[in-house]
Design a binder for this molecule. Structure first.
Ligand code: HEM
Length: 414
């Protein structure tokens, strides 16, 4: 990048750039230092303000009445205003007071205390998968995404929702199609958006039946909780109910999967940090916060102001889109000492990987628990590990996805 020029639109939110090189941290750093609130045109679509500093994301996220989620979820390269498509109505495109009413229908299931009850099951699943990976304890090769990160997060989520085992493959397919809409491997290259609509329709049909079943015979699972919940004294209407399931399936799968793969990659690339964690696996809680900061699996969400206002001297108009770039905030030198260093014992670590404010990640406790269990087990059992080929990333400007991560390793047998 020319040291004088500011980055271009697709250097900042370009799915091709992300797929080829990973996150464009140099471009984001340049913006933080020289143009932290900066307007970008979007070829073929409506432009946006890139918000790259942690403090600004905090300010905007903490005023949900002034800065709305509803009109535009995120910036996608296809452009267009990407107004809220009526096909989906879920928490991430709702605003106060409606948002809190719907969130309340699920929130008691996601408290840290409620989530702790799931630890034994998550430990069991993790150990089963690691036992497969370990074999007889000799040197093995595999793909960490396919062997652990993807099946673990899928299993935990399916279990929480109450989806029977024979249908997990469907969930996996839908989540890939939705999150990987811009990636030809998952999306439908012939019809733009076709893969997403197919997945959305398949998922809606499936959960319509499952919810009906759980209304008749409720069980201890999330499908039952939402199918029998009321908002404003009424049962949740079909579109909102099915969208809630869709949100949980996608938000719960892709993000944690990518934090797990990206976290292991960071440990492989930083051997002294790996050694530190192996010496003291009890430091895993701090390590997980650093992994979420470092990987920041959610790249961006938008906020839209209801009235004109000023931020860092820039005049922002009502209805402009502001793109909150979480991975950039998480490398902000005003908030983090040596932000470009991966340190498993970083403290304090005020990262925004899970967002902040009204829309703070509902699944943060679950994600943290899964990641703590994975990295504690790995710290205790990994005897050797190295990359065994190039890491393949998903083509997306919304989620930082790792599709394949070939590794060669030795894991102790338990
Ligand atoms: C490392 C893993 C995860 C990361 C990095 C992550 C990140 C995020 C972020 C950045 C937001 C938006 C915050 C905002 O707009 O202010 C969010 C919202 C959300 N996340 Fe997560 N998430 C993760 C795991 C999960 C899991 C496991 C679940 C569910 C099982 C989940 C469910 C949700 C839901 C439902 C919302 C919408 C909340 C709302 O709008 O009120 N997430 N997440």
């Amino acid at each position: 990048m020319d040291s004088q020029a500011l980055p271009t639109t697709f250097e900042v939110i370009g799915p091709d750039t992300f797929q080829r090189d990973g996150y464009p941290h140099d471009a984001w750093k340049c913006l933080r230092e020289r143009a932290p609130v900066h307007w970008f045109d979007l070829p073929g679509g409506v432009g946006f303000w890139a918000i790259t500093k942690r403090e600004d994301i905090l300010t905007l996220s903490k005023q949900p009445q002034r800065f709305l989620n509803a009109p535009r979820l995120a910036i996608f390269e296809e452009g267009g205003p990407v107004e809220n498509r009526t096909e989906v109505r879920q928490l991430l495109n709702m605003d106060p007071p409606e948002h809190a009413a719907y969130r309340g229908a699920a929130s008691s299931w996601f408290t840290p205390r409620a989530i702790r009850r799931r630890a034994p099951e998550i430990e069991r699943i993790t150990r089963d998968l690691l036992a497969e990976m370990a074999g007889d304890g000799g040197e093995r090769a595999g793909d960490f995404v396919a062997d652990l990160a993807a099946p673990l997060t899928l299993h935990v989520l399916a279990d929480m929702l109450g989806v029977p085992r024979e249908d997990w493959r469907l969930m996996f397919q839908w989540t890939n199609q939705i999150a990987g809409a811009s990636d030809n491997e998952y999306g439908d290259s012939e019809t733009p958006g076709g893969g997403v609509m197919d997945a959305r329709n398949g998922l809606f049909a499936y959960f319509t039946e499952l919810a009906a079943e759980r209304r008749k015979t409720p069980r201890d699972d999330m499908v039952s909780v939402l199918a029998n919940a009321t908002v404003g004294g009424e049962p949740i209407a079909p579109l909102e109910l099915l969208s809630f399931y869709l949100l949980l399936v996608v938000a719960g799968n892709e993000t944690t999967r990518n934090a797990a793969s990206g976290g292991l990659l960071a440990l492989i690339e930083n051997p002294p940090e790996m050694a530190k964690l192996r010496r003291d696996p009890s430091g895993v809680d701090l390590a997980v916060e650093e992994i979420v900061r470092w990987t920041s699996p959610v790249i961006q969400f938008c906020r839209t102001p209801v009235e004109d206002f000023e931020l860092r001297g820039q005049s922002i108009r009502a209805k402009d889109s502001m793109c909150l770039l979480y991975p950039s905030a998480n490398r902000d030198a005003d908030a983090f000492e040596a932000p470009d260093a991966f340190r498993v014992d970083r403290r304090p670590n005020p990262h925004l990987g899970f967002g902040v404010g009204e829309h703070f990640c509902l699944g943060a406790s679950l994600a943290r628990l899964e990641l703590r269990i994975i990295f504690r087990e790995l710290a205790q059992r990994l005897e050797a590990i190295e990359l065994d080929g190039p890491v393949e990333r998903m083509r997306s400007s919304f989620l930082g996805g790792v599709k394949r991560m070939p590794i060669r390793y030795r894991l102790s047998v338990r």
